[in-house]
Structure formats: structure tokens, C-alpha cells
Design a protein around this ligand. Structure first.
Ligand code: SF4
Length: 230
């Protein structure tokens, strides 16, 4: 098995994926939020006939534009997307007891909503997998600047987490997407730089960091949803 720490900024996304597969095993699943990064990874790996499955989590609060690009992606690649939804009882209780916008009241309530709508479905989506792929990049935010291309995901049972775009800049991602004419979430045209739940994501102003539109009312170091606890 290749030493996880040996990967460096000169390794391509395809090489990172190959090292991840060698380290993890055959059952590799891509967590797709329909961000530009996820679309780029699907195209890169499909081009070289790599085998992996794709899943998505429908939190119940996704923007319409995300469903539209999901369908476009599915059709372009004849891609089967495994959709996961939150547990109905938990969402019903959350909404009935605390209202529809409790996540705006405190960090703990925001994390409670993310735990029900995202983290619990993720644990089911990853059950039995050998590894999973994310579209995270170091340059996206302060919470990701120590991201490694391959990580041991201790939160999810020690799976190998593969981050093929760790070293890519935003420009590299967009150059690739334009050259390959990939389906693009229309929210980017409205000034969004990150794709998430509709009430917790907003467009970003000139000069702001890529993830500053996510949970913008919180401190930057808190702006992760719990899917990527490290
Ligand atoms: Fe809830 Fe917002 Fe988290 Fe989505 S991003 S699960 S709406 S708190």
C-alpha cells in the first residue's frame, strides 16, 4: 500500500484517486453535492474508465438549481445517482418542535439540523464502502487549508477519504470545466461560489473567500456541516 503521506502537490487528481483505490479497495463512492468540483471529478474519472459509484444527500432544503444540474449530469454520463434522504421522524420532530429556521438561532441548533439532514444520511450512504471521494480543495477556506489528498476518516469507521482536487485552485477547476463543457450549477452564475442548502448559502461578494457564503452568520472556522469532521 502506498504511504498516504507520500502524495504531494505534483500528483494529479487521477494519481490521487489511483493511490486512494489501492489503499482503500474496490467499493469507492463519490459524495456529490453537484458543485463544480464534483462534476469535474466525475468527468476526470469517467474519462479514464475508473469505477466508482455516486451518491447524493437530499436534505430537503436544496435549491432547485441543484436538482436541475443533477438531472443534467445523470443524463450526460448515464449516471446512476443513489439518493439518500434524512430520517422522516427526525425531520418531522425537528420542524414541529423548533420551526423551519432553528439553524439560524445558534451554532448548536445549526449543527443539530446538519446532523439530522446531512450527517445521519451520510453514515448510511457510506455503510459498507471501502472509501469515499470528496471535492474538497485546500484553497476553499481556512477550515480546509490542511486537507490531505488521502485521509483516514476516523469519524466514518476508518474509511479512506480521497480528495483528488486537494491541490487544485479554483481557476484550474473552472478551466477544466469550461474546456470540457461540463454541466454547471446555475447558482454559480448568480454569484455563488459554494453549493449547499438554500437557506444557508448565499452569493459571495468580490474578494470574499469561496466558502464565505455558507452559514455566513457564523465564524469562518465553524463553517463545516459535519460531513467533513477532521
Ligand atoms: Fe440544515 Fe442549513 Fe445544515 Fe442544510 S446546511 S442541513 S438547512 S443547517
Amino acid at each position: 500500500m502506498r504511504d498516504l503521506a507520500l502524495l504531494s502537490a505534483t500528483d494529479t487528481p487521477e494519481e490521487i484517486f489511483a493511490a486512494g483505490r489501492t489503499a482503500a479497495g474496490q467499493d469507492i463512492r463519490l459524495a456529490c453535492s453537484f458543485s463544480i468540483e464534483d462534476v469535474v471529478i466525475i468527468d476526470l474519472l469517467r474519462k479514464q474508465h475508473d469505477r466508482f459509484s455516486v451518491f447524493a444527500i437530499d436534505t430537503g432544503r436544496l435549491p432547485e438549481e441543484t436538482y436541475v444540474v443533477a438531472e443534467a449530469l445523470s443524463m450526460k454520463y448515464q449516471l446512476k445517482i443513489d439518493w439518500y434522504f434524512p430520517q422522516r421522524d427526525a425531520v418531522e420532530k425537528l420542524a414541529s418542535d423548533k420551526g423551519l429556521f432553528s439553524f439560524q438561532e445558534s451554532l448548536s441548533k445549526r449543527k443539530e439540523c446538519c446532523a439530522i439532514r446531512k450527517v445521519e444520511p451520510l453514515s448510511r450512504a457510506l455503510a459498507g464502502a471501502d472509501g469515499w471521494i470528496t471535492g474538497m480543495r485546500r484553497s476553499q477556506s481556512v477550515t480546509r487549508n490542511e486537507l490531505q489528498p488521502l485521509e483516514i476518516d476516523k469519524v466514518n469507521g476508518g474509511l479512506i477519504k480521497i480528495n483528488p482536487l486537494t491541490f487544485w485552485s479554483s481557476d484550474q477547476v473552472w478551466d477544466y470545466a469550461r474546456k470540457r463543457q461540463l454541466p454547471i450549477n446555475q447558482l454559480y452564475k448568480q454569484g455563488y461560489l459554494s453549493i449547499g442548502c438554500a437557506p444557508c448559502t448565499r452569493p459571495v461578494r468580490e474578494g470574499e473567500s469561496e466558502r464565505s457564503g455558507r452559514w455566513w452568520w457564523e465564524n469562518p472556522e465553524h463553517r463545516e456541516c459535519g460531513l467533513h469532521r477532521r
